[in-house]
Design a protein around this ligand. Structure first.
Ligand SMILES: C[S@@+](CC[C@H](N)C(=O)[O-])C[C@H]1O[C@@H](n2cnc3c(N)ncnc32)[C@H](O)[C@@H]1O
Length: 220
């Protein structure tokens, strides 16, 4: 097993993430695609593959167990049998959207970004990784109407901007999942009364000392 595959496996184990062989391989294939396209498209400032693995993949994978718990307790397919839909806002190279698409194959994952080449990369990744429920959308999030049961973001904007810009895309019972560093108290205090923070969930990322959390929100 390569050093990258070993780090990945140790990381997903530490996160308590049950993944199949095929899913581990998809994660490694995504890492390779990200490195390849990064040379031309400048998708991320991180260049070293081990660093990409811990700072981007494992960092984003840390949000998967909380997302899976949420999906299990709150979401079922629609009456028409359609899969629940998640929108990842300002997804860039696909973080955390692609991690969600790989680890939660029962949901539809749409990754939106204003930069055309990033959305094109995501379409390419969906095909190469055989993820039929993953889509890259080239648009400003403000123009999307959804409805999405979960709207996520990582390294995007303030909580107030994120929730305001994606409000029209959120389903009536939908929730926002914002990945942040340490608890962003000032951003929480700046939220309008129409947005309720119902949980701030601490995350531990294998191989990273930094503080991480998810701010879970819903319309008040
Ligand atoms: C700092 S990057 C974060 C990328 C990725 N989420 C990550 O964690 O690596 C922010 C991304 O948001 C995109 N973006 C900025 N404003 C946007 C908007 N209004 N709608 C959609 N995407 C937007 C940018 O093009 C950029 O790719």
């Amino acid at each position: 097993m390569s050093a990258l595959a070993e780090t990945l496996r140790a990381g997903t184990q530490a996160l308590g993430l049950e993944l199949s062989e095929a899913q581990h391989q998809q994660l490694l294939d995504y890492l390779e695609l990200l490195q390849k396209w990064n040379r031309v498209y400048n998708l991320t400032a991180v260049r070293d593959p081990q660093e990409m693995l811990t700072h981007h993949l494992l960092d984003s994978l840390a949000a998967v167990p909380p997302l899976r718990r949420h999906l299990q307790t709150h979401l079922t397919a629609t009456e028409e049998g359609d899969a629940p839909r998640l929108l990842d806002v300002g997804s860039g190279g696909g973080l955390p959207g692609v991690m969600f698409a790989i680890c939660c194959p029962d949901i539809e994952v749409h990754c939106v970004d204003t930069v055309a080449k990033k959305a094109a990369f995501l379409q390419q990744a969906a095909a190469a990784l055989r993820l039929p429920r993953l889509r890259g959308i080239h648009a400003r999030v403000e123009t999307l109407t959804g409805p999405y049961a979960v709207v996520s973001c990582r390294a995007f904007a303030s909580l107030a901007e994120f929730t305001a810009w994606s409000r029209a895309a959120l389903a009536p019972q939908g929730v926002w999942l914002a990945m942040k560093g340490k608890r962003p108290q000032e951003e929480i205090d700046a939220l309008p009364a129409a947005v309720e923070v119902f949980h701030v969930e601490h995350l531990t990322v294998p191989g990273l000392e930094a503080e991480r959390c998810i701010v879970w929100m819903r319309p008040a």
